[in-house]
Design a protein around this ligand. Structure first.
Ligand SMILES: Nc1ncnc2c1ncn2[C@@H]1O[C@H](COP(=O)(O)OP(=O)(O)OP(=O)(O)O)[C@@H](O)[C@H]1O
Ligand SMILES: [Mg+2]
Length: 381
C-alpha cells in the first residue's frame, strides 16, 4: 500500500505537488493520470525517497522508503528507463541490484527471460532501444518480488506485443494481491488496464475513484445518427429540444435522448436512417473534461487550409433550436460549468456523411455535457 498525506513539493516558486492525499491499495491496478508537468513523476520520486517532500509525507506499507532495509523486496519501480550505466550489460545491471538487496542470482536470469531480454543479456545497455530499456526497467522492478510496484509511463516505446504483455503482467500482479501504481498518457490503454484512477492536475489531486465511475461522472454517451435526410432529422430533433451537433466523421451526435426515441422520430416523419448507434464515452473524453483547465503546455492548433475548389452546390442549412423552446432533458446532465470545453461544432451536410463546406451553418451545442471540475461530489480531495 502507498499512502500520501498532505504531500507537497516545491521547486523554488513552482509547486509541483500540492497537498496530495491519496491511497494506492493492493489487489488492483491504480492508474496515475495527469497532463504533462502535473506532478506524477515528482510524486513517484517522493515515494522512492529520491525527492524530499517540502511538506507532508508518503509511506510504503506504512513506512518511509528510506527506512526500508531491503527496499527492492518491498517496492519495485521503473521511473526512468534510461537511468542505467551505458557500458554495463543488462545482466550485470540486474546482478548489481540483486546483490545490493540480497536477492539470489537465479532471479536475474528468470527476470531476463520474463521480459524477453535473454538474447541480449550480455550486450551493453548503450545499444538498447527505448523499448528494450523499458523491458530492462520492468525486470529491475520485479527483481525483488515486491508487493508494491510503481511504473512511470512503462509502455513508452513498447511495441504492440509489449503493450499487451505489460497490460497482462500488471493485471496479473494485481490479481496476486500486489499494489500496482502506474502512470500513463495512453488513455485507451489505461481504460483497459486500470481498475482505479488517481488524477492529478497542476499538483492537485482532482479525482481518486474507480475507472468506470470516473468515466461516468465526467463524460456522457451520445447517439450517432447517419441519414441521407440529416438536416431534416436535425430540425425535428432540435424542435423537440434535443441537443444536436455534427460528428467530426459525418452524421449527427445527439445527446440526452435514447437511440430508440430518435428512431421513432425518424420513422414518424418518414426519414430514412443509415446508422443509429449509442456511443459510450471514453476515458480520454472524461480525462480531457476534468483536466482541460489544468493543462499547462498547449500545442498550437494548426489552421485548416482553405478548400482548393469551391463547393459544387449550396450547402443545406440546419436550424437552431427555437430560443423560446429550451431543451428539456429530464434524465440529462446538468449544465456544464464555464471551464468545460464544449465539443467543437462541426458543420453537417444532408448527405449523411461529408461535412459541409465552411459556409454551411453548423449545429451548435446548446447544453454542455456532465463534468465535475471544481465541485465534483465524489472522491475528491
Ligand atoms: N528537479 C526539478 N527542478 C525544478 N522543477 C522541477 C523538477 N522536477 C520537476 N519539476 C517541475 O515540477 C512540475 C511537475 O513535473 P513532473 O515531472 O512531476 O510532471 P509529470 O506529471 O511527470 O509530467 P509528464 O507527464 O510530462 O512526465 C513541472 O512543472 C516540472 O517542471
Ligand atoms: Mg513524468
Amino acid at each position: 500500500m502507498i499512502e500520501a498525506r498532505g504531500l507537497t513539493k516545491r521547486y523554488g516558486g513552482k509547486t509541483a505537488v500540492d497537498h496530495a492525499d491519496f491511497t494506492v491499495l493492493p489487489g488492483r491496478v491504480t492508474g496515475f493520470l495527469g497532463p504533462n508537468g502535473a506532478g506524477k513523476s515528482t510524486t513517484m520520486r517522493m515515494v522512492l525517497g529520491l525527492d524530499r517532500p517540502t511538506a507532508g509525507q508518503v509511506t510504503v506499507n506504512g513506512r518511509p522508503y528510506r527506512s526500508l532495509a531491503a527496499p527492492l523486496r518491498e517496492v519495485g519501480a521503473l521511473l526512468d528507463a534510461k537511468a542505467v550505466h551505458g557500458g554495463r550489460s543488462a545482466r550485470n545491471h540486474l546482478l548489481v541490484l540483486a546483490k545490493s538487496n540480497g536477492i539470489p542470482k537465479r532471479r536475474v536470469d528468470e527476470m531476463l527471460d520474463l521480459v524477453g531480454l535473454r538474447s541480449v543479456a550480455k550486450k551493453p545497455f548503450r545499444g538498447f532501444s527505448l523499448g528494450m530499456g523499458q523491458r530492462l526497467g520492468i525486470a529491475a522492478a520485479l527483481l525483488g518480488d515486491p508487493g508494491v510496484l510503481m511504473f512511470d509511463e512503462p509502455v513508452n516505446g513498447l511495441d504492440p506485443e509489449g503493450i499487451l504483455w505489460i497490460r497482462t503482467l500488471m493485471r496479473g500482479l494485481a490479481r496476486e494481491g500486489r499494489t500496482v501504481f502506474v502512470s500513463s498518457h495512453l488513455m485507451s490503454e489505461m481504460a483497459l488496464t486500470a481498475d482505479h484512477l488517481v488524477v492529478i492536475g497542476r499538483g492537485r489531486i482532482l479525482a481518486d475513484t474507480g475507472t468506470r465511475e470516473f468515466i461516468d461522472a465526467n463524460a456522457t454517451s451520445h447517439v450517432l445518427v447517419r441519414s441521407p435526410q440529416l438536416a431534416e432529422l436535425a430540425r425535428h430533433l432540435t424542435a423537440r429540444g434535443h441537443r444536436v451537433e455534427g460528428d467530426p466523421a459525418g452524421g449527427l451526435r445527439v445527446t440526452g435522448v435514447p437511440a430508440a426515441d430518435i428512431g421513432d422520430i425518424a420513422a414518424d416523419n418518414g426519414l430514412r436512417l443509415h446508422e443509429l448507434a449509442t456511443v459510450q464515452p471514453s476515458l480520454e473524453e472524461a480525462f480531457m473534461r476534468l483536466t482541460g483547465d489544468t493543462v499547462e503546455y498547449h500545442a498550437a492548433t494548426p489552421q485548416p487550409s482553405p478548400p482548393q475548389t469551391p463547393p459544387a452546390q449550396d450547402p443545406p442549412t440546419l436550424p437552431q433550436a427555437p430560443p423560446q423552446d429550451p431543451p428539456t432533458l429530464p434524465q440529462g446532465p446538468p449544465p456544464a460549468p464555464p471551464q468545460a470545453p464544449p465539443p467543437s461544432p462541426v458543420p453537417v451536410s444532408d448527405a449523411g456523411g461529408t461535412p459541409t463546406p465552411p459556409d454551411g451553418v453548423p449545429i451548435t451545442p446548446q447544453n454542455g455535457p456532465t463534468q465535475t471540475t471544481g465541485n465534483p461530489g465524489w472522491g475528491l480531495t
